[in-house]
Ligand binder design. Sequence first.
Ligand SMILES: [Zn+2]
Length: 446
Amino acid sequence: MTRTLISNGTVIDPAQGIHAQLDVLVEDGRVLDMQRTIAAEQAAEVIDASGLVVAPGFVDLHVHLREPGGEGAETIASGTRAAAFGGFTTIYAMPNTNPVCDTQTGVAYVLSRAASEGLVKVVPIAAVTIGQQGTDLTNLGALKDAGAGAFSDDGHPIMNAEIMRRVLEYTRVLERPVFEHCEDLNLTGQGVMHEGLVSLQLGLKGIPRVSESIIVARNVALAAATGGHIHICHVSARESVEAIREGKRSGVRVTAEVTPHHLTMTDEAVRGYDTHAKMKPPLCAEEDRLALVAGLEDGTIDCIATDHAPHSSTAKNNVFDAAPFGIIGMESAFPVLYTTFVETGQWTLDFLIERMTNAPAKIVDRRIGSLQTGMPADIVLLEMGTEYTFDASYIGSKSSNCPWLGQRLKGRIAATMVDGRIVHRREDAFGGVKTAPRKRAAGKRK
Ligand SMILES: [Zn+2]
């Protein structure tokens, strides 16, 4: 039996409506108790969380770990390190690897690599169609049995509406959501950024908003027709938010996520041809950004997901047209959103934490994202007082394609715990771990 006490922190657990100064006692990797004061003698080690917020570890439903096949940019080891640096304790890994994760062996590979190399928990997302080619369905039931937590062809849309209809019918029975990258490839064409004034001025080929929103609307209609659960990935356009809002209003099983970059940046960031502003879906206009913020605030958009997309600097340091789409996002998610929305008073810290913990957990129906008694002690310690430069020491990824590097931010991850074990800590952000009085430090930990 190993007991750890996290003392003197401010616990914020939105799932339980808790925001209070509480001590948290962890036993054998699970939350055992939370009280105003718990005697240090009860634990083998004590973590001093004075001045820190103690929250459930963040949950990211949208991460690209690149292994197998893209180990130059990221591995399961480095990707889960990025997660730990960002305070994420459970991440959902997209299947667009090489080979695509479309077999039971592929799912088992991710799970076994995560078990041996991973710092945080990884849930594989399996492909909807074989090779993500959009034509033949994978064996969804077998993939679920192997451990797939959701299904997606992310990186690509499922362009064929009949395929999407059948997938929603099957996954309704399997009780797993379909995560869809909504994009009409014919409308996107060769586009590399949002179609608007900026693309016109820069002479870059634009992607119209309707490329996303038409597939969102179609998917909402198909979810309505089948009763399946469609989850809309990385919403970017105002019209998509409206289609999701309408769907929810009429009782359709539609959920949605939004990324930190779409909440904080617009196509203006593309001026200067900065490839760190190149992503799919593209950064849209200010009216879209405002619609996303409003959608997240009113619950139309359920949660925040990063779409962590590592690319080597050789690939990203290319001309805008040729560079790959995407940026890394797990390390910067909390600081960027905290600085932009909580420091300015627009959101409460509780709201931000809820959208990164309990809200994504509810979509995948897992017993994660809260500090209820008996739940895994997946915990993040947050430090909010210091303004700092977000430099390379905050990056855990193998890649560094991050637009916020070098910026002054507030809000950082002091430590990340998975199953009661510290997997990441910043010495400059908290007091650390002490052996409790009259007890020996725990020799064996889970
Ligand atoms: Zn995508």
